[in-house]
Ligand binder design. Structure first.
Ligand SMILES: Cc1ncc(COP(=O)(O)O)c(C=O)c1O
Length: 374
């Protein structure tokens, strides 16, 4: 192992303490490992945190998105408009329902789906809009609402974010999907949550995540198609402990972001995440920078790795992934803003307990890589 490998700064690192261990151990010794009391507790506490009346815990952010699309009625042959600058799941979920994901370009500043570009690709087959709060920055939901179609919010990266009107993301009324993978603001290892204001959606999602069984039915009785998208009580216990420390973890991420802003702001041509504007507040999830044009992204990632700094191209454009090219014939040039941003974007190490020294080491490495690759 080289010195750089030994001292490598990881991309992400969850904060797991004694409280998480205690709550998980309690579940293990209770014998109620699934569909036990921690499920409703976690859902209730989460709903309260984002200001939604209901929340349903599920096995992943992807399953939350899938059930949300079903809940707003997306079906065979429909079109769902979403962003090509996202994690692949936000487009894939339309395909789960044999609907077509239709992409529209992004705003170059917020990196979120551009409402005007969405309006331009709407057809009479468009059944829903699926904006993503990319890197935790609130998408322009009021502008999408004016387009008059059902909305599913991909808030998988946006726990802790606040819309311009002061409402927490997830608490505006549309079904919103959150993800709890290990790198997220709150983790249950794997997991997700769907928030809603609608009692019928809550009942449908609770049934569909549990093989299509209504709350008042017998164990092997099913009145609709369902899935196994349940979240175990072990994971819910972990989630409850994480919720208790959420504010301090969010504050930790915001602190690291502000340190990054100071030290990276001096590197010529490097573009940093947009500052909060118009009342929108980012729920910090990742720290993604756009390299100056002319610095090859993949070379930069390799060079940073050699200096002991983990980084990752994030996001690659979804429409240019081989599956999407092969299936839908997408090609370069269709979404120029997304393609330009995606070709230059890398995620840097980012976690609540990152030290000032680590941030400085990353910044020095980025400065060196940018200088020598230009
Ligand atoms: C924007 C976005 N959507 C959806 C997902 C899917 O979440 P999960 O990995 O929990 O299924 C993620 C997770 O990485 C994401 O970042």
């Amino acid at each position: 192992m080289t010195d750089a490998e030994r001292d490598a700064i990881p991309l992400a690192k969850p904060v797991i303490g004694e409280r998480e261990q205690q709550l998980v151990l309690d579940v293990l010794s209770s014998g109620r490992l699934s569909l036990g009391p921690r499920l409703a507790e976690f859902e209730g506490a989460f709903a309260q945190r984002v200001g939604a009346p209901y929340a349903s815990a599920v096995s992943s952010g992807t399953s939350a998105l899938h059930l949300a699309l079903r809940a707003v009625g997306v079906t065979d042959g429909d079109e769902v408009i979403t962003t090509p600058f996202s994690f692949v799941a936000s487009a894939n979920v339309a395909l789960f329902e044999r609907a077509r994901p239709v992409f529209a370009d992004i705003d170059p500043v917020t990196l979120n789906l551009d409402p005007e570009a969405v309006a331009a690709v709407m057809t009479d087959r468009t059944a829903a809009l699926l904006p993503v709060h990319v890197f935790g920055y609130p998408a322009d939901i009021p502008a999408f609402e004016r387009l008059g179609l059902p909305i599913v919010e991909d808030a998988c990266e946006a726990l802790g974010a606040v819309y311009a009107d002061g409402t927490p993301v997830g608490g505006r009324g549309h079904p919103a999907a959150f993800g709890f993978y290990a790198n997220k603001q709150l983790t249950t290892g794997e997991g997700g949550m769907l928030t809603t204001f609608d009692t019928e959606i809550k009942a449908r999602v609770d049934s569909e995540r549990n093989q299509g069984r209504a709350a008042d039915m017998g164990w092997l009785d099913h009145d609709r198609l369902g899935f196994n998208y349940r979240l175990s009580d072990v994971a819910c216990a972990l989630g409850l402990a994480q919720l208790e420390r959420l504010e301090s973890m969010l504050a930790g991420r915001a602190r690291v972001a502000s340190l990054y802003g100071e030290v990276l702001g001096t590197i010529d041509g490097l573009e940093l995440p947009c500052p909060d504007a118009d009342g929108n507040r980012r729920g910090w999830f990742v720290y993604v920078v756009q390299l100056p044009r002319g610095v090859p992204r993949d070379d930069a990632v390799r060079a940073l790795g050699a200096l002991g700094i983990q980084s990752r191209p994030y996001f690659p454009a979804v429409h240019l992934m081989s599956f999407y090219r092969d299936r839908f014939g997408h090609r370069e040039g269709e979404f120029p803003v997304c393609e330009d941003v995606a070709a230059r974007s890398i995620a840097l190490p980012f976690f609540p307990e990152m030290t000032e020294g680590q941030v400085e080491r990353v910044a020095q490495a980025v400065a060196e890589v940018v200088r020598t690759r230009e």
